[in-house]
Design a protein around this ligand. Sequence first.
Ligand SMILES: [Zn+2]
Length: 191
Amino acid sequence: MSLLKIIKYGHPILREKALEIKSLGSREQDLIDSMIETMYANHGLGLAANQVGVLQRIFVLDVDQDREAEDEVATRAPRVFINPEITWESAEDEPFKEGCLSIPGVENEVFRPSQVKVSARDENFEPFEVEADELLARVIQHELDHLNGVLYVDRLSLLKRKLLGGKLNKIKSATMEELPSLPDSYPILIG
Ligand SMILES: [Zn+2]
């Protein structure tokens, strides 16, 4: 288990579609543990495998943690989604301000369906289904987008994206500078 480096906007792996997982081995178990640790260390509500340089259909999230609690660690309730699929979504969209660990310092209101049904496999590779609303529905959709190479900024209006352009370009330039040194940091890249 180790902390993983989060890949930032501009890196091509964030635009790749992650691949379905056929079975869970120790490498995937380690990856899941490390993703959970990395999510908490970065105060994220969720984290997708693309964001740590791995093209496998896994994301983790925790929308139940009480960050204000005296013993916030005790309130943690991480959930693992492997090969997730949205099987139903509500007709009505609602706005919510989203941020992304791969796009630091930027937040924007995104419209998405308010409720979704999802089928996936858990950390034991057991299938499960969940009906999600509110924050859980939001995070599931954001993370599932990552596995398909989609970022929330893609879902903004042209005008909003234009307004963000300068900030996004700055993050992208910093990522491009780091790029030559990245492969060494990702022994499980495209695993
Ligand atoms: Zn994100």
